[in-house]
Design a protein around this ligand. Structure first.
Ligand code: ADP
Length: 495
C-alpha cells in the first residue's frame, strides 16, 4: 500500500475507531450495570444533577411519606428516625426532624450544620418539591415530608443532600469515562502504530543494512524489497545504484588489471631492445667488432633498437595523454597527396630494407587538402603500417599498399596488407583500449594493445572515422576518412 494511502487510512481510523469503540464501551458498561438505579443515576448525572440529587434519596422519602400517611407514630420512634438517618448518610444525606418549633433530631454532621431558623415552615414544600440552597457555600437540596398526629401536633422531616459529597461519585464516573477514553485512544494508537511500523520499518531497516554494506564496500548485498509504495521505489532506486556501483567497481578492477598488464608488456618490450643495445655496445667496447664493417653493423643495430625503444616510449606517452585527454594537437591545412607522398618515401625506405613492398596510389585531385596535425597523422600511418609488419605471415612476402580515394566531401585513406588477417571475433574489438587479438596474445609478437586505440582517438579528434575489414589468412584493410578542406593550400609544409 502506498504511504499516502496508508496515512489516509490512518487518519480515517483515528477518526472512526475511537467513536465506534466508545459507543461499544458505553453500551457495554450500561448493559453490565447490575444496579439499575446506579446506572440510571450515572446516566442522569450528566443529564440533570438536580434529578440525580432527588433520585438519590427517593426511597427514603417514599418511606417517610408512607409514615406520614399511614403510620405517623413512627416519627415518634427515635430508633427508627436514627436508622433512617443512617440510611440517608450512606447517600451523602441526613435528616432533621422538627415538631412544632422544637428540633427532635438533627442528623447533620459537624462540617455542615443548617441554621434551624432558616428551615422551611410546616407545609412550605410538598412531598415532590425540592429546595436548592447553600450551607456555608456548599450546595444542598432540601426535601420536606410533613406529618401530623391528629392531636394538633405537626412536624416536618427535612432531608438534606449535599452536592459536594456527591461530587466524588461524579468524579468517579468521570474518571471511568476518561479512563475508557484513554484506553480507547491507547488501543487505537497502538493498532495504528503497529500497522504503520509494520509497513515502513522492515523496509527502512533493509535499506539501512544495505547502505551500511555499501559503505563497507560490500556491493553484492542485494536489496530485496517487495511492494508498490514509495519506500519500495526508494529501495529499488538504491538497488539500481548498488548494481551500478558494483559494475563500476568491476570495471575499475578490470581497468587496473589491464593497466598492470600494459606495464608488464611495456617492460617486456623495452627489455628486448635494451638487451640488444647492451650486448652490441659491449661487443664494440670489448673489441669483438674488430673491423670497421662490423662496428658499423653493431652501431646500426644499436641505433635501430634505440629507435624501437623511442617509438615504444612515445606510444606510452601518447597513451597517457589519451587517458587524460591531453593530446597536444597542432592543426594545419595539409595537401593530402603531398603528405602521403612524403610518408610513402620515408616508410618505404625502412620497409624496403626489410624486403617489404610498399605501393602507393593517389586517386585524388591535385591540391586536395585536409585540416590535420601532421605529426599525429604520421603516427596513425606508422601505427597501422607497424601492425602490418608485426602481424605478417611467418612465411611469404609481405606487401603493403596505401591508397588515397575521393569520397565526396571526404578523403578516404586505405592501407592494405596481405598479412595474417584478423579473426571475426577479434575484428570488432581491435580499436578498443588495451585489446590484443587472441592470436597476438599467444605469439611472440610484442604489443601493448594500445596502438589502434591511439589511432582511433586521433582520427576521431580530427572529426574522421576509422574501420577495418579482414580475412584470416589473407590480410587486412584499414580505412579512415577525413573531411576535405575547401580552401587552397600552400604546398611544402608537411611531415
Ligand atoms: P598491439 O599491436 O600492441 O597488440 P594494437 O592496438 O596495435 O595492439 O592492435 C590490436 C590487435 O589488432 C592486435 O593485437 C592484433 O591482434 C590486431 N591487429 C592489428 N593490426 C593488424 C594487422 N595488420 N594484421 C593482423 N592483426 C592486426
Amino acid at each position: 500500500m502506498k504511504l499516502k494511502h496508508r496515512l489516509i487510512t490512518s487518519f480515517l481510523i483515528i477518526m472512526c475507531v475511537p467513536f465506534l469503540l466508545a459507543f461499544l464501551l458505553f453500551w457495554g458498561i450500561t448493559r453490565a450495570q447490575k444496579d439499575q438505579e446506579a446506572s440510571q443515576r450515572r446516566a442522569l448525572y450528566f443529564a440533570n444533577s438536580l434529578s440525580l440529587l432527588q433520585n438519590n434519596t427517593s426511597n427514603e422519602i417514599e418511606i417517610l411519606k408512607k409514615w406520614a400517611d399511614k403510620n405517623p407514630g413512627n416519627f415518634k420512634k427515635e430508633s427508627l428516625i436514627r436508622k433512617m438517618n443512617e440510611s440517608l448518610q450512606e447517600k451523602h444525606s441526613f435528616l432533621i426532624q422538627r415538631e412544632g418549633f422544637k428540633i427532635l433530631f438533627d442528623g447533620s454532621g459537624d462540617d455542615i450544620h443548617p441554621n434551624y431558623s432558616e428551615l422551611p415552615e410546616f407545609g412550605r414544600l410538598n412531598d415532590d418539591e425540592t429546595l436548592v440552597d447553600t450551607i456555608r457555600d456548599i450546595p444542598v437540596t432540601i426535601r420536606q415530608v410533613n406529618y401530623g398526629y391528629g392531636n394538633g401536633v405537626r412536624g416536618s422531616v427535612f432531608v438534606f443532600t449535599t452536592a459536594n459529597k456527591l461530587l466524588p461519585e461524579g468524579q468517579k464516573i468521570l474518571f471511568d469515562y476518561l479512563l475508557s477514553a484513554l484506553l480507547i485512544l491507547l488501543f487505537t494508537a497502538g493498532v495504528l502504530i503497529s500497522w504503520l511500523y509494520g509497513g515502513i520499518m522492515p523496509k527502512v531497516k533493509k535499506m539501512q543494512k544495505a547502505a551500511e554494506e555499501i559503505e563497507n564496500g560490500k556491493l553484492d548485498h542485494v536489496i530485496d524489497v517487495k511492494g508498490s509504495d514509495e519506500l519500495t521505489d526508494l529501495a529499488r532506486a538504491m538497488e539500481r545504484m548498488r548494481k551500478r556501483l558494483s559494475a563500476d567497481a568491476i570495471q575499475k578492477i578490470e581497468a587496473e588489471d589491464a593497466q598492470r598488464q600494459l606495464i608488464s608488456n611495456i617492460a617486456h618490450d623495452l627489455k628486448t631492445p635494451l638487451t640488444s643495445i647492451t650486448g652490441y655496445s659491449e661487443g664494440i667496447l670489448d673489441g669483438i667488432a674488430n673491423t670497421p664493417e662490423k662496428q658499423e653493423k653493431y652501431v646500426r643495430i644499436i641505433h635501430s633498437k634505440a629507435k624501437e625503444m623511442n617509438a615504444l616510449l612515445n606510444e606510452l606517452s601518447i597513451y597517457s595523454k589519451i587517458e587524460t585527454d591531453r593530446i597536444p594537437y597542432n592543426f594545419v591545412p595539409l595537401d593530402v597527396g603531398e603528405f602521403f607522398q612524403n610518408c610513402n618515401e620515408e616508410v618505404g625506405m625502412d620497409l624496403a630494407s626489410q624486403d617489404i613492398g610498399l605501393s602507393y596510389y593517389n586517386e585524388l585531385a591535385k591540391g586536395c587538402a585536409i585540416i590535420a596535425d601532421p605529426e599525429q597523422l604520421t603516427r596513425v600511418v606508422h601505427n597501422i603500417i607497424g601492425n602490418a609488419v608485426k602481424y605478417k605471415k611467418p612465411e611469404g612476402n609481405l606487401s603493403i599498399s596505401i591508397r588515397l580515394r575521393d569520397a565526396g566531401d571526404y578523403v578516404q585513406v586505405e592501407i592494405e596488407d596481405n598479412g595474417q588477417g584478423i579473426s571475426k571475433e577479434d575484428l570488432p574489438h581491435i580499436f578498443d583500449r588495451l585489446y590484443r587479438g587472441d592470436k597476438s596474445r599467444n605469439t611472440k609478437v610484442k604489443g601493448s594493445g594500445i596502438g589502434l586505440s591511439i589511432v582511433k582517438k586521433i582520427i576521431s579528434d580530427h572529426g574522421g572515422q576509422i574501420w577495418a575489414t579482414s580475412k584470416l589468412g589473407e590480410g587486412s584493410v584499414f580505412y579512415f576518412v577525413l573531411r576535405k578542406h575547401t580552401e587552397p593550400v600552400k604546398t611544402g609544409g608537411t611531415a
